[in-house]
Design a protein around this ligand. Structure first.
Ligand SMILES: C[S@@+](CC[C@H](N)C(=O)[O-])C[C@H]1O[C@@H](n2cnc3c(N)ncnc32)[C@H](O)[C@@H]1O
Length: 305
């Protein structure tokens, strides 16, 4: 069933006006992409507000109900990038009535399209409502730039933050990983300790790697500060795990600083191997040495080349 109103056939000059013509298939596709994007955005923002993990944007978009997956994904990501600006603009333009305030996510998506996107195929009630207020939105955006002393929209997006203090889309959508440094702490104790404040579970692929919800900030966690766990992504943690070195092995890490994989190798050899860590840049050797000390990995010899 179509959600578009049927219009009489285009027989007059009035029917040639964009607002009077029948929606094309591109219009329909864009209309649905905006609504699907609004649903995904709502889930993402609710998850963020509750500080719990939500499905990544990709997995939400790849649900069977979403038809235009590419368009929807791009719209959600772009709207998130501009979200705090969009909110500020809508607030100072003061154009929303209570009906549209209740559909905040759709309004954010359409406002993105009008102010920063392609503003093409803008059919639909929310689109019509905001297009009629486009001047007010543009003027609020111009004032915002002046207030912040910035010339370009890019300057605004560079310094904006997401709600809850998250800094980027990546932060919202991707889980956080920490690798347990088994030279200092066993897996069970790490799970127990980190589980006191966060949901945490073992990664299903990389041993000693723990998965925490998106947005969790562990920079100042005692286990991070004392080298019991390392904030290390899954891809980075795969390299040494794939090698599966055993105690007694001699391993060459050819490009070592800051040393995350180097100390992972030391942990996998239970501190009983020999790791030769090479680093081209002298100034980065210092960083490498700090990582080695923090990890308590005495079996590593670092070399500047
Ligand atoms: C991406 S970082 C390595 C990250 C590291 N493997 C880790 O997991 O923490 C690349 C490092 O390799 C160093 N590097 C680049 N070319 C090199 C070379 N020919 N020999 C040794 N180190 C090199 C760079 O200075 C840089 O510190």
């Amino acid at each position: 069933m179509s959600r578009f109103k049927k219009r009489p056939a285009a027989t007059s000059a009035a029917a040639e006006k964009p607002e009077n013509r029948r929606p094309s298939s591109a219009d329909r596709s864009a209309y649905f992409a905006r609504r699907e994007a609004a649903k995904v955005l709502r889930t993402v923002l609710q998850g963020d507000a509750k500080r719990r993990a939500v499905g990544s944007i990709k997995s939400l978009v790849y649900s069977p109900s979403v038809r235009n997956k590419r368009g929807t994904f791009a719209l959600v990501c772009e709207t998130l990038k501009y979200l705090s600006i969009i909110k500020e603009v809508l607030g100072s333009a003061n154009v929303l009535n209570s009906k549209w305030k209740r559909q905040g996510e759709l309004i954010y998506i359409v406002t993105y399209d009008i102010l920063f996107g392609q503003a093409a195929s803008l059919v639909g009630d929310a689109e019509k409502f905001l297009l009629l207020r486009k001047d007010a939105l543009q003027s609020a955006l111009a004032q915002l730039l002046v207030r912040k002393g910035m010339k370009d929209i890019k300057d605004l997006t560079a310094c904006q933050k997401f709600p809850g203090g998250l800094i980027s889309i990546v932060d919202i959508s991707k889980p956080r990983y920490v690798r347990v440094n088994t030279l200092k702490l066993d897996l069970k104790s790490a799970l127990q300790e980190l589980g006191k404040q966060n949901k945490v579970h073992e990664d299903d692929m990389v041993p000693d790697l723990l998965v925490l919800p998106p947005g969790v900030d562990l920079h100042n966690h005692p286990l991070v500060l004392n080298g019991s766990v390392f904030m290390q992504g899954k891809a980075s943690s795969m390299a040494a795990a794939a090698l599966q070195p055993e105690p007694g092995w001699e391993v060459l890490d050819a490009c070592a600083a800051p040393g995350n994989k180097t100390v992972h190798l030391a942990a996998l050899t239970h501190g009983k191997g020999k790791i030769l860590a090479c680093e081209l840049h002298k100034e980065r050797v210092q960083r490498l040495k700090e990582t080695i000390n923090l990890a308590g990995a005495a079996s590593i010899l670092s070399v500047a080349i």
